[in-house]
Design a protein around this ligand. Sequence first.
Ligand SMILES: [Mn+2]
Length: 350
Amino acid sequence: MSMKMSFRWYGEDDPISLEYISQIPNMHSIVSAVYDVKPGEVWPRESLAKMKEQCDAHNLVFDVVESIPVHENIKLGRGNVEDLLETYCENIRRCAEYGVKCVTYNFMPVFDWTRTQLDKKAADGSTSLVMYWDQMRGLDPLKDDIHLPGWDSSYTQDEVRELITAYGELGEDGLWANLERFLKKVIPVAEECGVRMAIHPDDPPYPIFNLPRIITCEANLDRFLKLYDSPANSLCLCTGSLGCAASNDVVAMVKKYAAMDRIAFMHIRNVKIMEDGSFEERAHLSDCGSLDIYEIVKALVDENFDGYVRPDHGRMIWGETGKPGYGLFDRALGATYINGLFEACEKAKN
Ligand SMILES: [Mn+2]
C-alpha cells in the first residue's frame, strides 16, 4: 500500500503502549507531540530525541506531529506575534531534525473541538463523543460559566470571556489575515526542511458561540490553499470534522484535493448527522454513520494518495477506559477496516 498508516500516541502517559500499537497490522507511523511545554515555547531537543528513540525501538516511525499548537496571540494578531512565529518556525526545524515529515495544526479560536458529552452510551453498550444542539442552545459563554468537555481548563472563565470578545471583534476577515501572515512566515521554513504543514479543519465546521470559523467548507479550503500555493501548505483532511456539516460533500473534497496533491494527512472516521444537525461519533464502517468510507478510500486510491492516514477517534468498547476517542480497541478495528478498503481498492484498480 502506498499510503502510510499511523496512530496517535500521547507519549509515556498514554495508557496504550507502543508495543500494542506496533501489533496492529500495517502500522507505520506514530503521530505525537511534545507535551511537556506550553504553546508558544520551544520544544526541547531531548524530548524529540526520546520520542524518536522510543518509536525506533518498536519499529515505528515518528514522522508525524499532531500538533504544534498555534498560540492565541498568533491567531488574534496581537502582542508578541513575531516572537511566537519565530518559535513556531524553530519548532518545525527541530521536528525535521528528528525525521518529522508532516506537522498538523489548526487555526480554531480558543477551543480545539466542541462536544456536549464524551461518553454517550449507544444501544450496544459502547460509548462515544456527541454534540447535541439541545444541550448547546441557551449556553452563553459571555454570561455563564461553561465547562464543556475538551475546553482548555487552563483558562479561567474571565480569560475565556476576554478571548471570545477579542475574536468577536477580529471576525472572519481578521482571522484570515492572521492565517495568511502565519503561512507566509511558516511555509517557507517548512519547504526548506522538507516538512508538509497540514491544517486540520474546524470541528464542527461552523461557528460556535459566534466565534469565527474559517476552515470549514470547499470554498474556504480553496481560499486557504491559494494563500500559499505549495505542497508544504496542505490539508489534514478530517472526514469526521468536515462531515458533520451535511452541506460538505466529503467524497468530492477528498477526490479534488488528493488530485491536487494537497492532502498530506487523512483523519478517517465516521459520524452520524441527526435531523437537527446534532451529531454522534460512530464506528468507522460506512453503514454505521453518514459518511461513505469506501468512496473516500476509493477516491484516495484513484488519485494515488501516498500520504499519512490515521483512524481518527474511536468508540470505547469491550470495557476499555481511558482518553475519550483515543482507546486502543476501536481505533485498531478502524485501522484494520481502512487497511481492508485500501487493499480492495488497489487490487480492483490494477
Ligand atoms: Mn481529526
